[in-house]
Design a protein around this ligand. Structure first.
Ligand SMILES: Nc1nc2c(ncn2[C@@H]2O[C@H](COP(=O)(O)OP(=O)(O)O)[C@@H](O)[C@H]2O)c(=O)[nH]1
Ligand SMILES: [Mg+2]
Length: 456
């Protein structure tokens, strides 16, 4: 019986190999074979016997020594055999082709490859030290000595240091690479630079009900007043002195009176066929801002001009309560205003209130859009060039976050930059605001047309 069999050996060229085999009899002899060939001593081969223990030594092993070695032990009436694999490798485990740093545009595919000097290695990938797992957009492959990590549709959040950790037996090597995601190569949404045409379209709109009423709501300091002032600037073709926006610390000062903002057109005394109301009603707790119940009252047209909001909603006995609102008193489009740089910090109770208001508006069939303001504060690329708005991954991600939080689809979300420190009108500001405004006003108009039809 073999009491101790020889063990498999994996080593490098130049190392010595020892195979040992022990049996439970004393009067035995042994012969060693490499594969089918009987081995003889000489060269780098040494055979030894010490009692019932047989040893085969291979000095300074070479790749040619690779094979299955067996020891055949013979006694008078019995033969036993044990064998072991010997694997002599050329080198230590090494990265033969490391990953290369990559710069990609958002939305593209990233492929990282790393090659080692062995076929039988396995690898895992890490991003910033965190183990990566496969998903719909993350695919890992091995082809012989080559390992690949594929990331489909990269996002800004895929930026980071990627490491391919390769293991073989007890050895480990790694190769790291920096992936930096650039903005979108092509703009993902295009807007026409036709400010004049858009202005004319807005001026000449003849809705069935005038004025179309647009309600802006959102946290204090989100830029509601600045947006309205910016629209006024565009149609006056200069910066208006109308001090609508409060530059004071957000959260303490806000619009408390129900006021309708009309927009004048420069050159003649015309006013635009749509108006704005703005309320702040989304702060956490009930004590700040306009009560959600009053926002619903505004949507329905129950609140008269100049009403000063209280902590509690307006009762239907109040003189400011409009019991029989006409279609023009009602809101025709609800605009949620959220600052791009603050979206991630909006508290859950505020999001909940916003969703509730949205749901009530949806029940009434009122169309809704979201203006993502202060884009310059969220993305340096956009800050330095507003024309890069739809190239910016950050802005798209902010919009996506709004979409997820509020449940509004992306095509009704518009990133805008308002006038806040400019001395003159800037066409790049105008075009974004006009584009968002035109879509908002058209939705309001569609709503009024539908409502009119349902009356007849
Ligand atoms: N950087 C930057 N600041 C803005 C923008 N829009 C508004 N602001 C500033 O944000 C602050 C609050 O804006 P405001 O319109 O009063 O917010 P409201 O409380 O929602 O009416 C003011 O200081 C504005 O000048 C914008 O697009 N970019
Ligand atoms: Mg305001």
């Amino acid at each position: 019986m073999v009491s101790r069999t020889c063990r498999d050996v994996k080593t490098y060229e130049g190392q010595d190999i020892i195979l040992t085999c022990e049996v439970n009899r004393k009067d035995v002899t042994a012969e060693w074979k490499k594969d089918v060939q009987l081995l003889a001593e000489g060269g780098n081969i040494i055979m030894e016997q010490q009692g019932n223990e047989f040893t085969l030594k291979i000095n300074q092993a070479q790749k040619s020594d690779n094979g299955v070695y067996s020891c055949l032990v013979k006694s008078q009436n019995e033969n036993v055999k044990c064998s072991a694999h010997v694997l002599v490798r050329e080198d230590k485990l090494m990265v033969s082709r490391p990953c290369k740093d990559v710069k990609v545009y958002g939305g593209q595919e990233v492929i990282l490859t790393c090659e080692v000097n062995r076929e039988d290695a396995t690898a895992e990938w890490k991003k910033d030290g965190q183990l990566l797992t496969e998903s719909r957009d993350v695919v890992m492959e091995q082809r012989g000595k080559e390992f690949t990590l594929k990331i489909k549709h990269v996002q800004k959040s895929d930026d980071g240091l990627y490491t391919c950790l390769v293991k073989s037996d007890n050895e480990e090597v790694k190769s790291s690479v920096e992936v930096s995601v650039q903005e979108f190569e092509k703009e993902w949404r295009s807007i026409k630079l036709e400010t004049e045409k858009m202005q004319t379209e807005l001026c000449q709109l003849k809705p069935k009900v005038e004025p179309l009423r647009i309600l802006l709501y959102g946290p204090a300091g989100s830029g509601k007043s600045s947006f309205i002032t910016s629209v006024a600037n565009i149609f006056k073709q200069r910066l208006t002195s109308e001090a609508l926006a409060d530059a004071v610390c957000a959260g303490t000062s806000f619009t408390m009176k129900h006021k309708t903002h009309k927009i004048e057109v420069s050159g003649n005394s015309e006013i635009l066929p749509f108006v704005f109301n703005d309320v702040m009603g989304l702060e956490g707790g009930e004590s700040k801002g306009v009560h959600p119940g009053d926002i619903i009252n505004i949507l329905k047209g129950h609140i008269k001009e100049n009403y000063e909001f209280h902590k509690f909603p307006l009762g239907d006995e109040d003189e400011f309560y409009n019991r029989s609102p006409s279609l023009s008193d009602k809101v025709h489009c609800l605009v949620c205003v959220l600052p791009a740089d603050q979206i991630s910090f909006i508290k859950d109770d505020v999001t909940k209130k916003m969703r509730e208001i949205r749901e009530r508006a949806s029940e009434m069939g009122i169309p809704q859009v979201v203006m993502v303001t202060k884009v310059d504060c969220a993305c340096p690329v956009v800050k330095s060039d507003l024309r890069k708005m739809y190239h910016s991954m950050t802005i798209k991600e902010k919009m996506q976050e709004c979409s997820n939080k509020l449940g509004v689809t992306m095509n009704y979300i518009f990133p805008v930059k308002s006038y806040h420190e400019e001395k003159d009108v800037v066409p790049e500001i105008d075009v974004l605001i006009l584009d968002a405004l035109l879509k908002t006003v058209n939705l309001a108009n569609d709503f009024v047309n539908k409502d009119q039809k349902s009356l007849h």
